[in-house]
Design a binder for this molecule. Structure first.
Ligand SMILES: NC(=O)c1ccc[n+]([C@@H]2O[C@H](COP(=O)([O-])OP(=O)(O)OC[C@H]3O[C@@H](n4cnc5c(N)ncnc54)[C@H](O)[C@@H]3O)[C@@H](O)[C@H]2O)c1
Length: 280
């Protein structure tokens, strides 16, 4: 299927690594032009160089997304290079474990700010360009928005707000033909996820316990599988899809855990893996 993304300019926050990198590489592979907006300079520059070696153009704009002025600068720099913007993918975020007991009013506000507000900033500053292109927005949320996780109040609240904004913006932008959708991942192996796993005494045992609860294939979703949904949603093939929150998670959130198979035997309803949490 030709997604028709050739020369489409796609701004991706947090595009230097993890899910964002998957989206960047996916856009480039489809002949689009990814704009990486991230604070990790070296990682992003390596990615741009790697794409350049494959004759794939890409732009990196060094940005601290918690600063609205830098978000505005990122959009303006992208527009000054390419003169258009066809899609915005709000992706950057960090599950930083600011909980009810472990956090404080100050850390809650700081975490909420750095996880949520740049989704609005980038959409706000990109709006005129998106109106011109009748473009698309994709917000990367998290299953924590709908399942909770425990000990991560600000992150979960920000992820829930992203789902609310997806519907809100889909409505506001209907007259302009701008579609807005969200993807809700659950368990995707990325540098952030790996760092979190390493905080356990036995990271590999923790990983095994988690994947046993993922219904489809008992494996994590890959960043390429998240990217594939992004590419579809920003393409004209999704021309009549807006305001949707799409779970790309191997059935993690919605399917009955009693259906999970383990080494050829079916788990009982009260299977002994109920203590293993997914943590993103
Ligand atoms: N990995 C998972 O299992 C998972 C599950 C659900 C949701 N998500 C969501 O997917 C998105 C990407 O997560 P990931 O696992 O790829 O994370 P990651 O940490 O591996 O990559 C995130 C990227 O965003 C950048 N970034 C974060 N905050 C930034 C800021 N304030 N300014 C500039 N750059 C910033 C980082 O530098 C990094 O390059 C996040 O929104 C996360 O909530 C991930």
């Amino acid at each position: 299927m030709d997604l028709g993304l050739t020369n489409k300019v796609v701004l991706i926050s947090g595009g230097a690594r993890g899910i964002g990198e998957g989206i960047v590489r996916g856009v480039a592979a489809e002949g689009g032009i990814p704009v990486i907006v991230d604070r990790k300079r070296e990682t992003a520059e390596r990615l741009v160089d790697d794409l350049a070696n494959q004759d794939r153009p890409a732009l990196f704009v060094h940005t601290e997304l918690s600063d609205p002025a830098q978000c505005q600068q990122a959009v303006e720099e992208s527009l000054s290079h390419f003169g258009r913007l066809d899609a915005l993918v709000n992706n950057a975020g960090t599950n930083d474990g600011v909980g009810l007991a472990s956090g404080s009013p100050e850390t809650f506000v700081a975490s909420f700010h750095k996880n949520l507000h740049h989704y609005y900033y980038l959409a706000h500053f990109a709006l005129d360009a998106l109106k011109q292109s009748r473009g698309a927005v994709v917000n990367i949320s998290s299953k924590t928005a709908v399942t909770g996780q425990g000990n991560t109040s600000a992150y979960a609240a920000a992820k829930g707000a992203q789902l609310a904004l997806t519907r809100e913006w889909a409505v506001e932008l209907l007259p302009f033909g701008i579609r807005v959708n969200a993807i809700v991942p659950a368990e995707v192996m990325t540098p952030m996820y790996e760092e979190w796993l390493q905080s356990f005494p036995d990271a590999e045992a923790k990983r095994r316990a988690i994947v046993q609860n993922i219904p489809l294939g008992q494996r994590m979703t890959t960043k390429e599988e998240i990217a594939a949904m992004v590419l579809f949603l920003i393409s004209s093939h999704a021309a009549h899809i807006t305001g949707q929150c799409i779970h790309v998670d191997g059935g993690y959130v919605h399917l009955d855990r009693a259906l999970v198979w383990d080494e050829g035997r079916e788990m009982g309803e009260e299977g002994d893996r109920r203590d293993s949490h997914a943590d993103t």
